[in-house]
Write a protein that binds this ligand. Structure first.
Ligand code: FES
Ligand SMILES: [Fe+2]
Length: 415
């Protein structure tokens, strides 16, 4: 349910159809302090955010089952950076920056299999699957060349229930620590054994990445922005926000049959995946958010990874990967098709909504209005932006060329 929004409340009991708990939550229990509009359009700030949120935090690449054999690789492009994950000779997965140590060419694209080595398409430098520089054509023409110091740049890699994450810079908690006890959900669905069930899809939205993430974080827009989803689902009180920035919320399918054919069919066939999952998660959609750019939507019939990749302050790539059981039943395959037919329009609705917000944020003299309690997660996210990139807390944009310096000054202030 890419970008459909997320509620954040304390973990609590489920509620029945009639209570509509989400819409009755009281406002005023969170700090209402949205980011200033300039922060959504500033190139210099974008560079600081890219470092703090994308280079220094875990990024999703794919599933271990996509790189099952020695030499199998997958890449992910993260704005100006790109990463290779490859299965080495010993069977171990490794992650490298996708850049040749000679003149900087990208090495690999997409997904595939290397024939024993990674070969640069420019001058033919080759690297072993463990990242060591193996062969340099016409090596005699390089003076005093120390081949051993020119292996690929290895970066951190971690597998969480089969999902492969990398971190380009920095340190801090592991992705498993970030998810804390919520890993139980991934065990219940058997995510570690999933395989891709559709090609990765990509789409460019003309909006700042924070507009897209703000949108993912709140469900206030669902009744008006996504009438189909609203017919199909209701929120429950099962939700939690972890200090790491990982959060989850649970939706339940409505009992009342939808008036729309595809939604009604989904409601009717939803039970077909019941045998695979425990009672407590049947008839539900579970949605995880990982601060800043990754949504994980767990359905009984599959999961999707909704990943925001910032291309610039006013452009964001939406990358969606789909995984599910290796041998789905005929009914589950049909349910997946129905899911796509339901969620594709939701994604398109979100694109239009986000682009309209991004355009509106550029309006001269605009200042943000109040946020409802259903948008409290946006406040938490904005607090995180201010914490990691303190210059974003300023109401007015610093002078051109001064954003980084001002940010450094604020970072060095005693806290
Ligand atoms: S850039 Fe890779 S071999 Fe020259
Ligand atoms: Fe949405």
């Amino acid at each position: 349910m890419s970008g459909s929004g997320k509620m954040k409340r304390e973990k609590g009991p489920d509620v029945d159809d009639s209570t509509q708990a989400a819409s009755t939550a009281k406002s005023g229990d969170h700090k209402v302090n949205p980011l200033s509009p300039w922060t959504y359009r500033n190139v210099e700030l974008f560079e600081l955010e890219y470092e703090a949120f994308f280079l220094r935090r875990w990024q999703f690449v794919g599933h271990v089952n996509e790189v099952a054999q020695t030499g199998d690789y997958m890449t992910v492009d993260l704005g100006r950076d790109s990463v290779i994950v490859v299965r080495g000779k010993s069977g171990q997965l490794k992650a490298f920056l996708n850049v040749c140590r000679h003149r900087g060419s990208r090495l690999l694209d997409g997904r595939g299999t290397c024939n024993r080595v990674i070969r640069c398409p420019y001058h033919g430098w080759t690297y072993t699957l463990d990242g060591e520089l193996f062969r340099v054509p016409k090596k005699e023409n390089f003076a005093d060349f120390d081949q051993s110091g020119h292996g690929l740049h290895e970066i951190e890699l971690e597998v969480f229930h089969g999902l492969v994450f990398v971190r380009i810079k920095g340190d801090g908690p592991t992705i498993t620590e970030d998810f804390a006890h919520t890993g139980d959900y991934f065990t219940a669905y058997g995510v570690a054994d999933y395989v891709p069930c559709l090609q990765v899809s990509t789409q460019v939205w003309n909006a700042n990445w924070k507009v897209a993430w703000d949108n993912y974080l709140e469900n206030y827009h669902i009744p008006v922005g996504h009438p189909g989803l609203n017919r199909l689902l209701r929120e429950t009180d099962e939700a939690e926000e972890l200090p790491s920035g990982v959060s989850y919320g649970v939706f339940r399918l409505r009992d009342k049959p939808s008036s729309i054919d595809v939604e009604q069919k989904y409601q009717q066939q939803f039970h077909c995946a019941n045998a695979r999952i425990p009672e407590r998660i049947r008839h539900k959609w579970v949605q995880f958010g990982v601060t800043g750019n990754l949504g994980i939507d767990l359905y009984p019939e599959m999961l999707d990874m909704f990943q925001l990749v910032p291309l610039g302050p006013e452009k964001t790539l939406i990358r969606t990967c789909y995984y599910g059981h290796k041998h789905p039943t005929h009914e589950e395959t049909h349910l997946r098709e129905l899911n796509f037919r339901i969620n594709d329009p939701v994604n398109e609705e979100d694109r239009v909504l986000c682009e309209r917000v991004h355009t509106g944020l550029g309006t001269t003299g605009y200042s943000p209005g109040p946020l409802s309690s259903e948008e409290s997660s946006i406040c938490l996210f904005h607090d995180k932006v201010r914490e990691l990139v303190p210059v974003s807390a300023l109401r007015d944009q610093p002078l051109h060329g001064q954003v980084a310096a001002e940010n450094t000054r604020l970072l060095n202030l005693p806290r």
